[in-house]
Design a protein around this ligand. Structure first.
Ligand SMILES: CCCCCCCCCCCCC/C=C/[C@@H](O)[C@H](COP(=O)(O)O)NC(=O)CCCCC
Ligand SMILES: Nc1ncnc2c1ncn2[C@@H]1O[C@H](COP(=O)(O)OP(=O)(O)O)[C@@H](O)[C@H]1O
Ligand SMILES: [Ca+2]
Length: 581
């Protein structure tokens, strides 16, 4: 737009600059005494956070020196962070002096207009939920000292709710008036994010008159974006969508109005309410770790390391039948060694596919997905045996514990999930599998591990297992000991591949029958069970049988995916954790 263009001499300290605003970019180039150009700094106007009169400072505290020929521009500055794959965003600030007051007013007006024109998706009003008990219990401090000043600078007004109980945020989003809000901010961990996800998706279905419990309907995306300020224990959704766990970086992505679509897995259970998952839906090891960790919440984030060790020592595996509908292998593969980065072409192609193929009304139009006992049997692949863990994830699940994640080549918004089957193996083999999550070694290159890119999954327990479990205890995951150890061969992939699996019945064990493994279970968990539970983004689902369907791009986050470090020249900085300790 012509009116936004501006070019003049400006001063920064005692150095003279030629400053140019051309609509999309604001650049300033140092000019030496002989009028030769030196360094140029170029900022896309979409990354300008605010333009203020005078000489202004925001962090750590706001200060304003009201000089009439000066203005201050705040913008996004990138830094590399030690040990992570993404880029840290910091608030850059330059104080300019103009030759006249008129020119200063012109710069301020043109810069502000340019931001409005070229960055139209910025939020103006946000609903903020803070979980004061998430992670290291620093949610409130993180929000008020690091995030709120940035929102204020960007002219965002926020309504803040510090939760007083679990599910308060979900219930608020399901029932209260949300008119006027552009988005919802979650200050907490993956469990808190899950509450907000349930609230917003539920609300969108209510408003569209869609029955979300029907696995065959196409769900309606929520119109509100979600911003995540990481303040939890795992913070996997933040790490996998931004590349760093850093409140300032996340707040700046919210301020500039970034938009990252996200796949969501709907988890249908026969006799329990529908759940949604975006990070990990895990049975076996990850279910057991979560169940164990709930007893040690007082340990904070360390509870997962402690419980992970205990559950590993218990050396458990579980019988299961896994069925899945494979995704189109031509589009991508979980073993193609690519990574879903900002501007990912696989996800962009999926956007076109999803937009063109989604039914226009979005209401209860039928898709080819079947119900629990459904049809379209020819598409389903079935495997059966004993598993250390069965994991389904719509994204890489990268987190500080596992910087590349459970499935490093998974895509955030391609409408598929990755199903990881870890068959029963010896303790050393399983340790090798777990250990590979902490490095760049391929965790799928192990004989007892399979990974499939899928659209839907069913999981059940061979019928005798569950019946015996229920008969003895009245509930699926209670204290049933394991006995009668033998070996049977169970067919996988319709008999094309055979897996040697252990056969166990659900009868009480005598002391004589107890193996060293179950002795350990007696020590750490006081119970052992024939069935595990599901870990659904950090929430325990105490059932075994589930039907899962991936809904492509059902949510939008204020994020842009992990930025490729190679594409951005930036300094190295190790301050990811230096703000709040
Ligand atoms: C010998 C070294 C073993 C290291 C194993 C590392 C494997 C880590 C994979 C972690 C995947 C995490 C997926 C995210 C799950 C979260 O939804 C869930 C809840 O998070 P929050 O609400 O923030 O508490 N977190 C977990 O289930 C923790 C799993 C930790 C397993 C060790
Ligand atoms: N005020 C509260 N009191 C107790 N639990 C809460 C509160 N607010 C939220 N929760 C619940 O706490 C759980 C864990 O929250 P989260 O922020 O993910 O922390 P963490 O990552 O440490 O598990 C979530 O499932 C959420 O429902
Ligand atoms: Ca996906």
């Amino acid at each position: 737009m012509e009116t936004e263009k501006l070019e003049s001499t400006l001063w920064v300290g005692n150095k003279r600059y030629r400053a140019v605003l051309n609509g999309w970019h604001f650049k300033w180039t140092e000019v030496d005494k002989n009028n030769r150009d030196k360094n140029t700094i170029s900022v896309p106007v979409s990354e300008v956070v605010g333009v203020e009169e005078g000489r202004v400072e925001i962090l750590p505290q706001k200060s304003v020196e009201d000089t009439d020929k000066d203005f201050t521009v705040f913008y996004v500055k990138r830094c590399r962070s030690g040990g992570t794959y993404g880029l840290l965003w910091r608030l850059g600030r330059t104080q300019f002096s103009c030759p006249s007051r008129v020119l200063k007013d012109q710069w301020i007006t043109n810069l502000r207009t340019s931001v409005k024109t070229h960055s139209p998706r910025r939020p103006h009003r946000l609903l903020v939920f803070i979980n004061p008990f998430g992670g290291k219990k620093k949610g409130r401090k993180i929000y008020h000292s690091l995030v709120a000043p940035l929102f204020e600078l960007a002219g965002i007004s926020s309504h803040v709710i510090v939760t007083e109980r679990a599910n308060q945020a979900r219930d608020h989003l399901l029932k209260k008036d949300l008119i006027g809000f552009d988005g919802v901010v979650c200050v907490g961990g993956d469990g808190m994010f899950s509450e907000i996800l349930h609230g917003l998706i539920g609300r969108a279905q209510q408003e569209a008159g869609i029955c979300e419990n029907d696995p065959s309907v196409t769900l309606q995306p929520s119109s509100l974006h979600i911003g995540i300020i990481p303040a939890g224990s795992t913070d996997c959704v933040c790490y996998a969508t931004v590349g760093v766990i850093d409140p300032v970086t996340s707040a700046l992505h919210i301020v500039v109005g970034d938009s990252q679509p996200l796949d969501v897995c709907a988890v249908h259970q026969a006799s329990a309410p529908l759940r949604y998952s975006v990070s990990l839906l895990g049975y076996g090891f990850y279910g057991d770790v979560l169940a164990e960790s709930e007893k040690h919440r007082w340990m904070g984030p360390l509870r997962y390391d402690f419980s992970g060790t205990m559950v590993y020592l218990c050396n458990r595996s579980y019988a299961g039948i896994v069925q899945y509908i494979p995704a189109d292998p031509v589009l991508s593969s979980p073993r193609d060694r690519t990574r879903c980065l900002s501007g990912c072409s696989v996800c962009s192609r999926s956007t076109e596919r999803l937009i063109h193929h989604s039914p226009d009304s979005g209401s209860s139009s039928r898709s080819h997905y079947s119900h629990f006992n459904g049809d379209s049997a020819d598409e389903w692949v079935s495997v059966e045996g004993r598993f250390r863990c069965v994991s389904l994830t719509c994204m890489s699940c990268a987190c500080p514990r596992s910087p590349l994640g459970l499935s490093p080549s998974a895509h955030l918004a391609d409408g598929t999930g990755d199903l990881i089957l870890v068959w029963d193996t010896n303790p050393l083999g399983f340790l090798k599998y777990l250990y590979r999550h902490t490095s760049a070694q391929d965790q799928f290159d192990l004989p007892f591990v399979e990974v499939h890119r899928v659209k839907a999954v069913r999981f059940s327990v061979p019928s005798s297992k569950e019946e015996e479990d229920y008969e003895e205890t009245g509930e699926p995951s209670s204290a049933i000991s394991e006995a009668e150890t033998g070996y049977v061969e169970s067919a996988s992939r319709s008999g094309s591949q055979m897996h040697l699996t252990e056969k166990r019945s659900g009868r009480e064990m005598t002391d004589k029958q107890k193996t060293p493994d179950s002795f350990l279970c007696g020590l750490c968990c006081s119970k052992s069970s024939a069935v595990s539970v599901w870990n659904c983004d950090g929430e325990i689902l105490p059932i075994t049988e589930v039907f899962c369907r991936i809904h492509g791009q059902l949510l939008h986050l204020y994020a842009r995916g992990i930025e490729d470090q190679a594409l951005h020249g930036c300094s190295v900085e190790n301050e990811a954790t230096s703000y709040i300790n």
